[in-house]
Design a protein around this ligand. Structure first.
Ligand code: FEO
Length: 169
């Protein structure tokens, strides 16, 4: 069984992971409209990762005898209108997700659920990578500025990203 307060924190986080999937799908569409296929691929991988993060928590909560509650997913809002602004939002969003997973960890610590803490440790490590990946692209975009040729070169690089299903936990 799982503590009710922790179950609530997991259900809230499941919703945030699905929202992340939805947000990155909206960003993928933005790049599809620009025909920047490398960026499209980057966001496609991101969409799959977020879904894996959400399902990982759904399965975990189930395995622990908890009650999964799937909630309405908010309409995603893409704030920026340039690739640079989009990646500023990606980094900001990942920092927010890290804060929220830290919150779930706080609850797990409070109710002394060591198994959940172990799982959340994986998610926190994943967040370090997520922030670094988004921050890396953002740094390159800052260097690129208005150079269209350099933007197309970055697009080529981003086409190489592949989705590897994570082994969660
Ligand atoms: Fe599931 Fe990008 O955090």
């Amino acid at each position: 069984m799982i503590n009710e307060k922790l179950q609530e924190a997991f259900n809230d986080q499941i919703n945030k992971e699905f929202y992340s999937e939805y947000l990155y799908l909206a960003m993928k569409v933005y790049f599809q409209e620009l025909n920047l296929q490398g960026f499209v691929n980057w966001f496609d991988v991101q969409v799959q990762e977020e879904r894996a993060h959400a399902i990982g928590m759904v399965d975990y909560l189930n395995n622990r005898g908890g009650k999964v509650e799937l909630r309405a997913i908010e309409k995603p809002v893409v704030e920026g209108s340039t690739p640079l602004e989009i990646f500023e939002q990606v980094l900001k969003h990942e920092e927010f997700v890290t804060l929220r997973i830290n919150h779930v960890m706080d609850v797990a610590e409070e109710v002394k659920d060591r198994a959940a803490m172990h799982l959340l440790d994986w998610y926190l490590k994943e967040q370090v990578e997520e922030e670094a990946t988004a921050g890396g692209v953002l740094a390159t975009l800052r260097l690129i500025g208005d150079d269209k040729k350099a933007l197309l070169m970055l697009d080529k690089d981003l086409a190489a990203r592949t989705f590897v299903a994570p082994v969660i936990g």
